[in-house]
Structure formats: C-alpha cells, structure tokens
Write a protein that binds this ligand. Sequence first.
Ligand code: ADP
Length: 261
Amino acid sequence: METIIQIQNVAKTFMTKDNQVEALKGISLDINKGDIYGIIGMSGAGKSTLVRCLNFLERPTKGTILIEKQDLSQLTEKQLRKVRTNIAMIFQHFNLLMQRNVLDNVCFPMEIAGISRHDARKRATELLEIVGLEEKAKSYPSQLSGGQKQRVAIARALANNPGILLCDEATSALDPATTKSILKLLQDINQQYGITIVIITHEMAVVREICSHVAILDNGGLAEHGTVEEIFFNPKSTAAKELIFMEEGKFTGEEINSNVE
Ligand code: ADP
C-alpha cells in the first residue's frame, strides 16, 4: 500500500490573548492511497485543526506533514500552491458563490488555474453529470436543496483532478437520507477515480457507512486508530466506546420514537 498522507508527531498550539490552547498534541497517522479515512471526535477534539494542517492552511507548531512523500514545511509558496491544487476540500456549509450559477461555480477553480472558458465549461458540464445535477447548470445556489448544494461543491472540488479530497463535516447540515446519498456519491468517486478521501465528522454513523479506516481524536490526542471493523468490534479507548455508545443510543431513540408513532 502506498502512503499518500503522513502525519508525524504533529502538534498545534494556538496562542490567544490570555492563554494558550493545545489543539493537537503529537498526532501520528498514515493514510494510504485510495483510503476513505474517517477522523472522528467530539466538538473541540482538534479535527478541523488537523485537517487544516494537511494542506498547511494551518502550520503545525511541531511535527511534519508529508503529502506524497513531500514535506510541506520544506516547500516554497509556489510549490505549496501546486500541492494544494491536488488537495480539494468540501465543507459543512458548502461555501458556494451565491451570485454565480451552478455551472460558473464549478468553473471557478478552473478559471483560477488559467483554463480557457470553453474547456472549463466543457469539464464543468461533465462534472455536473457525474454528481447528477446536469439539469441545474443554470440555477443559482439559493434555488437548490442542501444535498444539491453539496453536489455542486463536490463537482467544483473535482474540477482540477485532485488526488485527495478533504471533507470537513460535509454531511452535518443534511438530513439522514440526503447524508446517505452524498456518502454514496463520495464512495463512487473514491472507487471510480481512486481519490483518497479524508472525512472529518462527529458522527460514528458516517464512519460506519463508508470509511475503511478511522482515527479517533480526543482532546487533541489520538485515542485510537485502525480499520473501521477493528474499532467497532473491539474498541479499546474510552473515547471510541463513548462515540459508539452515543450512536447506539441514537438508534435506540429512533426505534422508540417510531414505535410511539
Ligand atoms: P473540532 O474540529 O474537533 O471541533 P477544532 O480543531 O476546531 O476542533 O478546535 C480544537 C481546539 O482548538 C478547540 O479548543 C478550539 O477552541 C481551539 N482553536 C481552534 N482554532 C483556534 C484558533 N484559531 N485560535 C485559538 N484557538 C483555536
């Protein structure tokens, strides 16, 4: 297995006006090419900070991030920009340009990369087909449902053929059925194009649905990591047990509600 992302002893401390926050406390993790890797933890565990370190939107205070064996701290700004075009990202609130229609949203990263308008439109149309939204090309984001907006964001993320897709709570604003359909789309993209996917989530159900591997963050530290099967069948850390227990509790709650109805 070829390692595509190596996180080596990464720490991040934020200095605030009157104290300091150790958001990450020495995390080490290898992510292989083609994995769908879940990073899960409670709110404040350090998930967003870790994912932002992967493309150096946030520079680690200590430790090393290697993307395809390249140490990001050793790159020039120009080299770093090139690596970043290989790492796409989608977000909880989609981050679409509200004054542009769907097609032009998908064209946007290609415009920045200097691709001609004709080629960008052709590729954007293909991408909208992949995400099942070709008939919405002329619609504006405000005219779309949450699931459709996330599909546009996914099409836009794929525009420059990234090798890695980072998903930061990408389904957290969606209802369960829409979440399932977006996760299915991500899985198809992973299988068809071999894109490595890193999913940040606070929901064990998301991990169980599509991830091959999972790392559990707890209070800035790595509580446990392994294949999803290993962690579900034999959780060792308290943090893993709590997350699994919370999900089971939710299921029981749903069952009770549906029995009452
Ligand atoms: P999560 O994504 O798991 O909810 P975060 O990575 O957002 O966690 O945050 C981890 C910790 O770091 C939290 O205590 C948060 O308040 C703190 N933190 C994150 N970003 C900053 C920042 N820019 N300045 C100060 N503290 C921060």
